[in-house]
Ligand binder design. Structure first.
Ligand code: WT7
Length: 658
């Protein structure tokens, strides 16, 4: 396709909006690793056999005797009796097969520096790091915190943990040090791997120094291992802190890959739920590896000998765990890892990177696509993107216009798009088209993968064949969460109570169309999705009311053209407080408590919040106000006088937007 921009592109996209569905491209049908629609029926007839078949793609030290033990619902056990080492499967296996020289990562730094990370290099580094951790007293079952930017050492640290059976607890680099402290304390982490400083958009910020300020003395935390990435000064606490390079240089380069039980914990990843307290989602080894290896290979049609794969997420989220680290490495793939933001040093940096490494498969989030769309097609048009053959989207619903722009401008009109639906809890992609097999509709996640059973149900749990309802998953899958760390009751309450222990309640609303295809609509609980980052309203509220000048606060989501949703905070200041500059103070406070990405986009001052007679804040009304809609039913309001104030707020909002 000739590269369109401006009005010509607009017209082209408008015409495409009329196309209801795109068939699987012939090139994929011919070459696909599978192209037989019968796989859906086959997997449905024998799901255990299906997963068992795909588990054989990995190296097991001891074979399992039972594929799935679902007797203690909802706590599933997969590949019972099997023994496996995750790091051996990600690294050693490829080196032993003679692929040590294969590139695992083309790493690119913000300032254009490059590092070529081969499987052989990972092999040595992971073993050294494993030994360094062992000599710091970390053993199987001990939790290791990881708070690192997008540098190859984050992968080394994760795989070193996996090698010695120490579950990692990675905290996204965008979270504040306060959030790190909370997650370390909560998980009794024994060791924290962090960095001297991080770079973002040309600036260098100290990390270790800040960590020191808040870490304090955590009873379980014995050591901090510090990677040097920048030249910012980095204080070291004697006896506790250890330099990464020194420790790895001193360590024995050989560390055996001990086989662990298939259900041995691989990692904990904290994720937001409906309450202020994040949930430690626990994933175990065997099933998670099967789920991520399988989906990486088949959903992305990955051909490890020839493809360059790029998932633009951060390793600190589940997308990075599953599709930067475990899935691609298990398949022996070559990936790109990029340190920086999509707009630094310029707005074409992603496309320049795709051209430079000849990326074939690109996986990103709708919010990034919409941002690039707003910068114009001229940016990507400057680069040769013809190496691309498949595109992926994840994290939030993608609107048809962004989907079509992605397909036409980035994919040159001939790359299929896989809109992949899944969650931190599911560990692996669950609903997605399969290239070569499934047609694609702009904005639609299409069908549950073979072996996965997703349904849309009404409020009583009855399946809906066409229409809107709640998304549920009807049977266990290998990559599923095993529990919420230290809180099995919350695991039951959150996901398995509403419709019973055979039905996993996802927390998303969905629509199923006449063809049986699934459209994911968004959350039904108090979870907000800002740029694909998951936050709970309660978590942000709790940060805001922690500010000494705030009496009360209620947080709601508002639709946003770029970030999907944005945070709007209604705040009641303590009586007599001057609200001048308080906006900024509150935003800074939220950044300190959670992270910059959680800062409210708008703060609306209000003397009172609308409440029901039982004292529950009526968020529905606040959402109406934030969106500038007519107010819905107000008959259950405790104090009708609040209405007058709310109407004034709406009027004030209209004024300010004129
Ligand atoms: C929530 C999970 C695992 C991906 C990264 C986010 C939303 C995710 C899609 C999609 C519509 C999606 C859902 C889900 N979501 N992918 N393709 N279409 N919505 O993981 O932080 O655990 O969030 O993200 O609402 O429940 P997460």
């Amino acid at each position: 396709m000739t590269k369109l921009a401006g009005t010509a592109l607009e017209q082209h996209l408008k015409a495409l909006l009329e196309v209801p569905s795109f068939p699987p491209p012939q090139s994929f049908v011919d070459n696909a690793l599978w192209s037989d629609p019968a796989v859906y029926a086959e997997a449905e007839a024998d799901p255990d056999g299906w997963w068992e078949r795909h588990a054989r793609a990995l190296h097991w030290d001891t074979a399992w005797d039972t594929v799935l033990d679902w007797s203690d619902k909802p706590f599933a056990k997969w590949f019972v009796g099997g023994k496996i080492n995750a790091s051996y499967n990600c690294v050693d296996r490829h080196v032993e097969a003679g692929n040590g020289d294969r590139v695992a990562f083309h790493w690119r730094g913000e300032e254009g520096e490059e590092r070529t990370i081969t499987y052989a290099w990972l092999h040595e580094q992971v073993q050294r790091a494993a030994n360094a951790m062992t000599s710091l007293g970390v053993g199987a079952g001990d939790v290791v915190g990881i708070y690192l930017p997008m540098i190859p050492e984050v992968v080394v640290a994760m795989l070193a943990c996996a090698r010695i059976g120490a579950p990692h607890n990675v905290v996204f680099g965008g979270f504040s040090v306060e959030a790190v402290r909370e997650r370390m304390e909560e998980s009794d982490a024994k060791l924290l791997v962090t960095v001297d400083g991080a770079r973002r958009r040309g600036k260098t910020v100290p990390v270790k120094r800040e960590v020191d300020h808040t870490l304090g003395t955590l009873p379980a935390m014995d050591h901090v291992l510090v990677v040097r990435h920048t030249d910012v000064p980095c204080p070291m606490v004697s006896g506790r802190d250890v330099d990464w390079d020194t420790a790895l240089a001193a360590a024995d380069p050989v560390a055996p890959a001990t086989p662990f039980d298939a259900e041995h914990p691989l990692f904990i990843l904290y994720s937001s739920g409906s309450t202020a307290k994040p949930k430690g989602i626990l994933h175990t080894t065997g099933g998670y590896l099967v789920g991520t290896a399988f989906t990486t290979k088949y959903v992305f049609d990955l051909r490890p000998e020839s493809d360059v794969f790029w998932c633009s997420a951060d390793v600190g989220w589940i997308t990075g765990h599953s599709y930067i680290v475990y899935g691609p490495l298990l398949n022996g793939a070559t990936s790109v890892m990029y340190e920086g933001a999509p707009d630094y040093p310029h707005r074409g940096i992603w496309w320049e990177t795709i051209e430079r490494y000849g990326v074939n498969i690109f996986y990103t989030a709708p919010t990034a696509i919409r941002a690039c769309m707003s910068w114009g097609a001229e940016e990507p048009n400057k680069f040769d993107l013809s190496s691309l053959r498949l595109l992926g989207s994840v994290g939030e619903p993608i609107n048809p216009k962004a989907w079509l722009w992605y397909r036409e401008v980035i994919g040159g009109g001939n790359c299929p798009i896989v809109d992949t639906w899944w969650q931190t809890e599911t560990g692996q992609i669950m609903i997605s088209p399969i290239p070569g097999l499934t047609a694609a509709k702009p904005g639609c996640a299409m069908r549950a993968l073979p072996g996965v059973r997703a349904e849309v149900v009404d409020n009583d749990g009855n399946p809906i064949s066409e229409g809107q309802g709640l998304l549920v998953l009807r049977r266990p899958w290998p990559g599923m969460l095993r529990t919420i760390f230290k809180d099995p009751d919350r695991m039951i309450r959150t996901y398995w109570e509403r419709f019973g222990v055979d039905t996993y309640l996802v927390g998303d609303a969905a629509r199923i169309d006449a063809d049986g295809d699934m459209w994911i609509l968004g959350r039904i609980d108090d979870v907000i999705n800002v740029s694909g980052h998951r936050l709970s309203t309660a978590e942000v509220e709790s940060a805001i009311v922690g500010h000494p000048k705030v009496a009360e606060s209620a947080v709601v989501a508002q639709d946003d053209d770029i970030t999907g949703q944005a945070i709007v905070a209604f705040v009641t200041p303590v009586e007599g407080t001057d609200t001048e500059r308080l906006d900024q103070e509150i935003r800074d406070h939220v950044a300190e408590q959670i992270g910059k990405f959680a800062r409210p986009k708008r703060i609306i001052w209000t003397a009172d919040l609308p409440k029901t007679r039982s004292g529950k804040i009526m968020r529905r009304l606040l959402r109406d106000i934030a969106a500038g809609r007519e107010l819905g039913d107000v008959t259950t309001l405790r104090d009708p006088a609040v209405m007058g104030a709310l109407r004034e707020l709406i009027a004030a909002r209209a004024d300010s937007e004129d």
